[in-house]
Design a protein around this ligand. Structure first.
Ligand code: NAP
Length: 473
């Protein structure tokens, strides 16, 4: 079995220890990857610091040219990288192709956005002084990425950090490190200077401890669970190291009586079942107004029943394998708990009787508010639907959570759209739109869904310091 190296200071490095990567559709290991200990991570940080001095001095245009070239390299190898994502993550191949496409878009976009890291001159208010603001790269950045979109969520951090003039050490998720190694190959192929981008892998808590305690690391950007996010906050308290945190969600959908039924069903299907329900912005709680409830649930169940589940490489598959045994167990537990509390199971509800980690697309209706799937991130192809009556009740239900990542509303009433947009506590709201993510607009959450934003101009700003220069003239 092939063993992938790490990418350290411009070189591919095989270490004495490696770990396997399992294909969740077959439960079989297909490749190994090298891992390092904390001491080697400390060396990577030193090398990143050494590279920072010259990388930051390049013009933003020159840095952007590297990003464009890396994007072109990924584009050339699109099919191979997409197949790798499906092998390590289990998602349908078409969705992996989409993930590579979005990664390429992020790289091209930040290649240009880096050129717009504007400062400003402020009209002075003291005679003989001038006030200027400049933006400077924050320094060495440590990025920790999750497994659910193994490539794009990593590069959503790497691309803006590099564009801003920072150097980056990336720790991908242990379940899905290989697509990030292929990204490293693209970096080497275009001649990215050594130490500007590196990939480490190994014991997460050890690597994170080095990132937290090493003073050369100036920022940690993390996507993953709220639990680990909180542990990073605790760990950063001593040094006050800045953190960007993209954490979990419990995302509500509100379907109003006046919604376009087809659009509402289609949008909610997208928000629920894309990426086999394993998306941080997945619809977790689906609230449907009483006047449209029966029609909506009937159409939604029909669509859910028609979804094809299977190995992501099979033609036409829309629901792939889940990441591991625990994910399947959690899905089953949420379904069982909801049914026990009085929810109706309209389709699905159990794991597939085959090798790998498959769970049937599932629809539950009349789901009580105290069910696990209304209070915890399900992260599975399990749709939990319940009824609401008034707009205010809908807003209250949507906001009745400690999380606030995304929300979805389906309505044709323009005034209501503005009321919902202003009153729902979430970082992103899709209005008649089941997939609001786009490179050019900020992505992130409020409440316990995280700190800061990725993508958009905010995504670049996360890696820049704001410096005031006061000049006596
Ligand atoms: P996770 O267990 O928190 O893992 C995420 C990353 O953190 C992985 O690289 C993991 O490494 C690492 N990690 C594990 N323990 C750590 C520790 N003690 N210190 C520092 N890093 C540590 O989350 P996940 O299961 O991969 O991802 C699912 C979660 O991420 C869900 O809650 C989802 O909502 C959230 N998510 C949020 C967003 C967003 O943008 N808001 C996007 C996607 C996912 P190992 O793999 O080596 O354990």
């Amino acid at each position: 079995m092939k063993t992938y190296p790490l990418y350290l200071n411009g070189e591919f490095v095989w270490t004495s220890k490696s770990l396997p990567v399992t294909n969740p559709a077959t439960n079989e290991a297909f490749v190994n990857y090298s891992v390092v200990d904390r001491v080697r991570v400390a060396q990577a940080v030193k090398d990143a610091q050494a590279a920072f001095d010259s990388w930051r001095k390049l013009t933003a245009k020159a840095r952007g040219e590297f990003l464009h070239k890396i994007a072109n390299e990924l584009e050339k190898r699109r099919d191979e990288i997409a197949r790798t994502i499906t092998m390590e993550n289990g998602k349908p191949l078409a969705q992996s192709v989409g993930e590579v496409g979005m990664t390429v878009d992020h790289l091209h976009w930040f290649a240009e956005e880096g050129r717009r890291a504007y400062g400003r001159m402020i009209p002075h208010q003291t005679d003989g002084k001038r006030n200027m603001v400049i933006k400077t790269p924050i320094g060495v950045v440590a990025a920790i990425a999750p497994w659910n979109f193994p490539l794009v969520l990593a590069i959503r951090k790497v691309a803006p950090a590099l564009a801003a003039g920072c150097t980056v050490i990336l720790k991908p998720a242990s379940a899905t490190p290989i697509s990030c190694m292929l990204f490293a190959e693209a970096c080497q192929a275009v001649g990215l200077p050594k130490g500007v981008f590196q990939v480490v892998a190994g014991k997460a808590s050890e690597i994170a401890a080095e990132f937290l305690e090493n003073p050369l690391v100036r920022k940690i950007t993390f996507t993953g669970s709220t639990e680990v996010g909180k542990s990073l906050v605790a760990g950063a308290a001593a040094s006050l190291k800045p953190l960007s945190l993209e954490l979990g969600g419990l995302n509500p959908v509100l379907v109003f009586d006046d919604a376009d039924l087809d659009k509402a069903v289609e949008g909610t299907m997208m928000a629920k079942f894309r990426n086999t329900g394993q998306s941080c912005i997945a619809a977790n709680r689906i609230y449907v107004q009483s006047g449209i409830y029966d029609k909506f649930t009937k159409a939604f169940v029909e669509k859910a029943k028609a979804l094809k589940t299977g190995d992501g490489f099979e033609q036409g598959v829309e629901i792939g394998a889940m990441i591991d045994e625990n994910a399947v167990k959690k899905a089953a537990e949420h379904v069982e708990d909801a049914v026990k509390r009085g929810a109706k199971l309209l389709c699905g509800g159990k794991r597939l009787d085959r090798k790998g980690y498959f769970f049937e697309p599932t629809v539950l209706t009349d789901v009580p508010a105290d069910s696990l799937c209304m209070g915890e991130e399900t992260f599975a192809p399990v749709a939990a639907i319940t009824k609401f009556e008034t707009e205010q009740e809908g807003i209250d239900k949507a906001n009745a959570s400690q999380f606030g990542l995304s929300a979805y509303v389906f309505t044709r009433d323009l005034s209501r759209t503005f009321r919902l947009a202003e009153n729902i506590e979430a970082g992103m709201i899709g209005v008649n739109d089941g997939l609001p993510t786009t490179t050019n607009a900020p992505f992130g959450g409020v409440k316990q869904s995280g700190w800061g934003r990725e993508l958009g101009s905010e995504g670049l700003d996360a890696f820049l310091e704001t410096k005031h220069i006061s000049i006596a003239v």
